[in-house]
Design a protein around this ligand. Structure first.
Ligand code: GCU
Length: 126
């Protein structure tokens, strides 16, 4: 399956804003979600084939504390994801999970579960 990249700034953003005031992002910016539980970014992805996919989120967490999120694929909770510190807001890392994708369009929603909200989210890759 060829790699597909989906920028966070092009996704559906609830309780967050697109910013570009830290360096190292891809595309035109990243999503800074509000600092509470509940904000999310939802991508619609269309894999070249149905089946299991490795999905990678590029993020920055400039705080010392790990942030956490629920991963939902087509509305179903797949797992919780941890985003450990990246040291500062200009340094990006990746968090990876696997999910079974359907043929055609699929939604992937990353919902902050901690009081600090999501990390800054740059891009999703399948
Ligand atoms: C800082 C940083 C933001 C980040 C925020 C946070 O304000 O500049 O980019 O989103 O912290 O704690 O989430």
């Amino acid at each position: 399956t060829p790699t597909q990249n989906y920028e966070a700034e092009d996704a559906t953003i609830v309780q967050g804003v697109v910013e570009s005031n830290h360096t190292g992002y891809t595309g035109t910016g990243f999503v800074n979600g509000d600092n509470l539980a509940g904000p999310y970014v939802e991508w619609t992805v269309t894999p070249s084939a149905a089946g299991p996919a490795t999905i990678t989120l590029r993020y920055a967490n400039g705080t010392a504390a790990t942030r956490t999120a629920d991963v939902r694929v087509n509305g179903a909770l797949v797992q919780t994801l941890s985003f450990p510190s990246t040291g500062n807001w200009d340094t990006w890392s990746t968090a990876t999970f696997t999910a079974s994708l359907a043929g055609g369009a699929n939604t992937i929603r990353i919902t902050a579960t901690g009081a600090d909200g999501n990390p800054n989210l740059d891009r999703l890759t399948i």
